[in-house]
Design a protein around this ligand. Structure first.
Ligand SMILES: Cc1ncc(COP(=O)(O)O)c(C=O)c1O
Length: 350
């Protein structure tokens, strides 16, 4: 049966795909290599990828931890540091998975405010401090840029927050940061000044390697326990590592993709803000959050599905008349915008 291809713009995957060098690495890797364990530890480091990342970020190799995607590292951090009944601070609007991991260890979830203001959502820093001082949590999760709201903490705000939260474990999820800032030079300094900080990054989003399942953490000196918790003496997935290194070697390719996405982000922002009843929010990630008229929600969702496009229709409290669209390739983005416009015209809403 010839099934119609569905375009998924709902999971923040990168529709441009991995770089040509990644593909070449995949095709040319000698499969026999997979019958062996890594012997990288004999060279004094965990793996060739952690060694490369250390050079890339200007930190010592022991400050890099590899994991099975950002998801795995988030889970490991929570399981390592938080126990039943302990408090964990989570942004009010955030990736659903944060709450899920807190529930796994029967932690007490304490929400802190992300609020709407003008054309953006933002972290309410004073509100964050109030919650922090009242609850003294074991661990604070911060996401920048945040999913699904797309906002980020400015460097100066981040410094302020880390200064106040020196006495706890701070996990900063930066899964989407490379979409707006390719500069990596400040991170080494950040984990030196704040040894309680654990920064999580991933190859899934910017490098379009979600199926490879590779993420990594940059850890400050206080995280010896976490380092032991996450150590894997028999190494990592050597094929994934090779492809991830090829991705790091392909900055020109990814920078070009970033430019195209930035221009389409602007297109979406302007187009949606010109539609009656719609409101798009500023985003620093590879997705955009848009408020839509409540009365069209159900019909728009089925209309787009019938036309082969899936986007995320939000259903959580406070964001239940919102859609989150992954920025796809330019032709996909135009197709989506055209479909939404034709839906509105057919209903005489435009
Ligand atoms: C905020 C955030 N962090 C981390 C991840 C996990 O990505 P991965 O496990 O693929 O690295 C996601 C995935 O959507 C995400 O939205």
């Amino acid at each position: 049966m010839n099934e119609k291809k569905i375009l998924y713009l709902d999971r923040n995957e990168n529709q441009y795909g991995p770089s040509p060098s990644c593909i070449k690495e995949f095709i040319t890797t000698d499969i026999k290599e997979l019958s062996e364990y890594s012997r990288d530890y004999m060279k004094g480091f965990k793996s060739r990828l952690s060694d490369r990342l250390a050079a890339e970020y200007g930190v010592s190799e022991k400050n890099i931890i590899l994991g099975y995607g950002g998801e795995d590292l988030l889970k490991q951090a929570v399981h390592c540091y938080v126990h039943k009944g302990d408090k964990i601070m989570i942004p009010s609007y955030s990736w659903w998975y944060y709450k899920k991991i807190a529930d796994e260890i029967e932690g007490v979830k304490v929400e802190y405010p992300i609020v709407e203001g003008g054309d953006t959502f933002y972290y309410d820093i004073e509100g964050m401090f109030r919650v922090y001082n009242k609850h003294k949590p074991k661990l604070v999760l911060i996401s920048s840029p945040n999913n699904p709201t797309g906002n980020r903490l400015e460097p100066q705000q981040l410094g302020q927050v880390l200064e106040v939260m020196k006495d706890t474990v701070v996990v900063l999820d930066e899964a989407y940061s490379l979409f707006f800032n390719g500069d990596k030079s400040h991170l080494g300094e950040l984990i030196t000044i704040f040894p309680n900080l654990l920064i999580i990054r991933t190859f899934s989003k910017y490098h379009a390697l979600a199926g490879l399942r590779i993420g990594f953490a940059l850890i400050g000196e206080n995280h010896v326990r976490f380092s032991l918790f996450s150590s894997r003496y028999l190494g990592f997935n050597s094929l994934s590592e090779r492809i991830a290194i090829a991705a790091l070697d392909s900055e020109e390719y990814y920078a070009e993709v970033r430019e195209k996405m930035a221009s389409d982000m602007e297109m979406f922002f302007n187009e949606f803000n010109n539609l009656p009843g719609f409101k798009a929010y500023r985003s620093y990630a590879n997705f955009i959050l848009v408020k839509i008229p409540a009365e069209i929600k159900v019909e728009l969702e089925s209309f787009l599905k019938e036309n082969g496009i899936i986007i995320k229709f939000m259903s959580e409290d406070g964001l239940n008349n919102h859609i989150r669209i992954t920025i796809g390739r330019q032709e996909q983005n135009c197709l989506l915008m055209d479909l939404i416009r034709s839906f509105l015209k057919a209903g005489s809403l435009l």
